[in-house]
Design a protein around this ligand. Structure first.
Ligand code: BDP
Length: 733
């Protein structure tokens, strides 16, 4: 009690003493502190004119469709949003349509809908919606219409988003991809592989009896973006997840997520029946194994009737798979697919594989293509091949994966990594919207003329004659139990951008950033403009200070934090950074042209021709495809050596720039979030400097060249940087 009193008094004194530190850093007008838990669904009071408009549009809420868990969630969300943003009570739910009502209805429940709207609706499929200011029964209303309950929920979120962001509501929208999934790399003990936001939100121990209210908020956040599935457990999976106890736990999560249109999937370990000692092999052609999986699928669907299916990492990084029995990926995937098919489940079979034999000297960038391209057309109808965005491994920048466009008879799903394993964990700001966009808008040059782009490939327009059984995008989640979900407030933008791009892979990263910033920090240009500018420059900054000009895979061993370009002693050649940058006295870069590994031949001929010549290779991919002398003349007029250094310096300058821009927002953004981001930006600058100094020191030791005039030498000798270790870095695999 005494302690509390002293604290209160101290706070009062600080608040009234003019010129005190507190008064200087927390001006009276600063918005109230926020902890980030509400994500982009904050529903804070709008400015008075916007509030007046909102109230006029939502005097009451009328649900003409049947009350179901999903439509009830839509109404509840609208009430919550209108109350919050309107700064008043929630609008009541009414049965009669009155002036200014917000009406939710399906074609069936809105018999009076005019013919034009009906036709428009009929084109929106089972998840689309339309938003319209119109008249119903002669009354002016705001209409949210869809063909299904989930369409109504998506429409409600879209209307709330437009209201919060101050943008015109989209007239109509439907998703371009069918499966929009998060992949949690969460272990059953709640450790999140490559997770930087605390433990897993799935409390497997407490489930199924105990479900956290966070699961509902997780569902709301995902549904607001249109995410419609989630793989609950790590791709490095354990057999136990398919035992009855864990199926029951997954079912409890599925029950919470179902009203929000989110299906549960599980990562399946290929050797599960063998490891559970229920078969004596895991050979996919063994009748006993096939029967086991069929029985297992039946058992799962009895408990989770809308179970989505399995995600499988097989014969990759030590995971078991069909090749252990000299069977192909298609044999393995099709066996699981047969078990799921009667229940309409699917198999997402990952293409992230590289030669199992340690020491096999071949370009890792070639391997997925080599293994999968020959299998094109051999997968069952309910199999999708899930391909990482690039051919190595979620690096800060990679050219698009050559499999996109190379398997026209197989539905390919995109796999992005939202968690920033290689882009500064959750301490550095790196907006991935621009990275995802760069990949999606890449021209595969498969067509005679331009296109198709990667986005068009995954949308299925060029697959199976334009009739793929399924289309999809997966993102490795960056979510944990941290109060703000993602560790860094700005990392929420990456979850957000992933969801929006999964709905529409051709959407603009900048437009998404604007939407996110307005919802997350308030629709005030004093905040949104600088925040959007920060987002838009951030990923390029990270590329510059980590792996510029097409360099890649230079991070510390195992935990993948910080620079370690010197590492050359790991068991497999392709685990070593030196394998990838190939820096030597004569130059730097990986020759993937015909004179090298010719990984380039895996791309369409037009693109391969373009990239065969360093002069016509985009500078951002230069050292990905070419090994060039340090003295190579860059278009800027600098030598390659000077250009590399220029990028490192530019990256550090950009990290400082992020800091300056954020500092200017003190007092405009609430103090708590401002301080939390400011602390991380200080770390980001240090991280940028570390990368810059360590890489320059190392490359100089190899090139033997002097630093260009005016370049600051790394403050420490190379040995110092080599001696830095991060034994307890989070998120280990
Ligand atoms: C790598 C991660 C590892 C994952 C692997 C994968 O370091 O933890 O298991 O990807 O995607 O980037 O399977």
């Amino acid at each position: 009690m005494h302690k509390l009193l002293t604290t209160v008094l101290a706070a009062l004194l600080l608040a009234v003493s003019p010129g005190s530190a507190s008064a200087a850093t927390h001006p009276v007008a600063a918005p109230a502190d926020e902890d980030g838990y509400n994500l982009w669904l904050r529903y804070q009071p709008l400015a008075p004119p916007a509030q007046a408009k909102l109230k006029g549009q939502a005097r009451s809420i009328v649900l003409t469709a049947a009350a179901t868990p999903t439509t009830r969630a839509a109404v509840a969300e609208l009430q919550r949003g209108v109350a919050g943003m309107g700064g008043g009570p929630a609008p009541a739910q009414a049965t009669a349509i009155a002036d200014g009502a917000l009406v939710l209805g399906t074609t069936a429940s809105l018999p009076a809908l005019d013919a034009a709207l009906k036709t428009e609706l009929s084109r929106l499929g089972s998840e689309g919606y339309l938003l319209r200011a119109t008249r119903l029964q002669g009354r002016p209303v705001t209409l949210i219409a869809a063909n299904t309950d989930i369409g109504l929920l998506y429409g409600a979120f879209a209307w709330l988003r437009a209201t919060a962001a101050g943008t015109a509501p989209v007239a109509a929208s439907s998703p371009k991809l069918q499966l929009r999934l998060l992949n949690h790399w969460d272990n059953l003990d709640r450790h999140v592989e490559r997770g930087y936001a605390g433990a897993s939100i799935w409390d497997w121990w407490a489930l199924p009896e105990i479900t956290d209210s966070r699961y509902t908020d997780y569902a709301r956040a995902n549904a607001s973006l249109g995410i419609n599935g989630t793989v609950l457990n790590n791709v490095n999976s354990k057999p136990e997840v398919l035992t009855p106890a864990y199926i029951a736990k997954a079912a409890a999560v599925a029950d919470v997520l179902r009203p929000y249109g989110i299906k549960v999937f599980l990562s399946a370990r290929f050797s599960t029946p063998l490891e559970l000692k229920e078969t004596d092999t895991a050979d996919p052609l063994s009748p006993a194994v096939q029967a086991w999986w069929k029985k297992k699928a039946d058992e799962i669907y009895r408990t989770i009737p809308d179970f989505g299916g399995f995600l499988v990492k097989a014969n990759s990084e030590g995971q078991p798979g069909p090749q252990d029995y000299h069977r192909s990926h298609a044999d393995g995937a099709n066996m699981l697919a047969a078990a799921l098919a009667p229940h309409h489940g699917i198999v997402m079979w990952r293409a992230f594989v590289y030669a199992p034999e340690a020491g096999k000297e071949t370009d890792r960038a070639r391997q997925a293509y080599e293994e999968f391209k020959p299998l094109d057309g051999k997968f069952a109808a309910n199999v999708m091949v899930q391909v990482k965005n690039g051919a190595i491994d979620f690096q800060p920048r990679e050219p698009f994966h050559p499999l996109f466009g190379a398997m026209p008879n197989t539905p390919l799903m995109m796999e992005f990594q939202i968690t920033k394993e290689y882009l500064g964990f959750s301490t550095d700001i790196a907006y991935l919207g621009t990275m995802f966009e760069e990949v999606l808008e890449s021209d595969t040059m498969q067509g005679a003329g331009k296109g198709p782009t990667v986005a068009q490939i995954i949308e299925g327009a060029h697959t199976l004659g334009g009739q793929p059984a399924a289309t999809g995008m997966a993102g490795v989640a960056n979510i944990g139990v941290d109060r703000n979900w993602t560790g860094h407030h700005f990392d929420q933008a990456n979850w957000y951008a992933f969801g929006r791009l999964a709905w529409n892979p051709q959407a603009s990263a900048r437009a998404i950033a604007i939407e996110w910033a307005a919802q997350t920090f308030g629709n005030d240009a004093r905040v949104t403009t600088p925040v959007v500018d920060m987002l838009m420059l951030s990923r390029e900054a990270v590329v510059d200070y980590m792996t510029p000009l097409g360099l890649h895979h230079m991070m510390g061993t195992a935990h993948h934090h910080g620079p370690a370009p010197w590492v050359n002693d790991l068991e497999r050649p392709d685990w070593n950074p030196v394998y990838y940058h190939r820096a030597a006295r004569d130059g730097i870069g990986f020759d993937r042209t015909a004179s090298g590994t010719n990984a380039l031949e895996q791309y369409a001929p037009a693109l391969a021709r373009l990239y065969a010549d360093p002069r016509t290779t985009p500078e951002k991919y230069l050292l990905w495809f070419h090994h060039l002398p340090w003295t190579y003349a860059m278009p800027s007029g600098r030598t390659l050596w000077a250009e590399i250094i220029h990028h490192y310096d530019r990256g550090v300058a950009a990290a400082r720039d992020l800091q300056t821009r954020w500092d200017a927002l003190r007092g405009v953004v609430d103090a708590r979030r401002h301080a939390e981001v400011a602390q991380r930006l200080r770390r980001q600058v240090q991280n940028a400097q570390l990368w810059r100094n360590a890489c320059i020191a190392y490359f100089q030791s190899v090139s033997g060249l002097p630093l260009p005039d005016g370049v600051a030498p790394p403050p420490q000798p190379l040995e110092y940087y080599k001696g830095i270790h991060f034994p307890y870095a989070p998120g280990r695999g």
